[in-house]
Design a protein around this ligand. Sequence first.
Ligand SMILES: [Zn+2]
Length: 219
Amino acid sequence: MRASLPALREAVLDAVAVLLPVDCAGCGAADRALCSGCRRALAAGDHRHPLADGTPVHSALLYEAQVRTAILAFKELGRTDIARALSVPLAHTLHRVAARTGPVELVVVPTTRAAWRRRGYDPVPLLLAQARLHPARVLRRVRATGTQKALGTEARSANRAGSLAARGSLMGRRFIAVDDVMTTGATLDEVVRAVTEAGGEVVAGVTLAYTPRLFAPSS
Ligand SMILES: [Zn+2]
């Protein structure tokens, strides 16, 4: 009589947990990188919210509860052991959107030098690599978005716009812009602006998660 595959898998996971004790990145339960409940919470949904210019954005998950904790652990606490689990809903959403858009390339926001030094990895490309997807390195940062203290609200917004530029002409190239968490959409707006300025087109955005707006903006 043979052990069933799921039982065998559980046994292997438990053996690994004994060797490398970890807590669930989503809820803190002992001995698993991601417990089965938190794994279930990573099932991809389809949360849609266009950018201001009408570009559709699809997000796999809502950035709340254990999903938020897990993504924060992955991005800020070095929990790259859950990269594979987080890549599944992102890749699922990307494949679903790309099936409708036709041939496209992926574009991501280049990480800052400071963020790279702090983390030692680049979260979004790492998730994509887990799914054997590789973004085109077509954008670069042209300046830091600092030194805003003396600027008013409008000038600050203008200062943020223009922080990215294409490395060369993107004429005739179509992209899906990929990011980890969408909050206001300002980051994706800037990707769309930079790609469009270089002659390319962003046909859609895809993010791993979306921050639900609890309150309508006041202006
Ligand atoms: Zn958990």
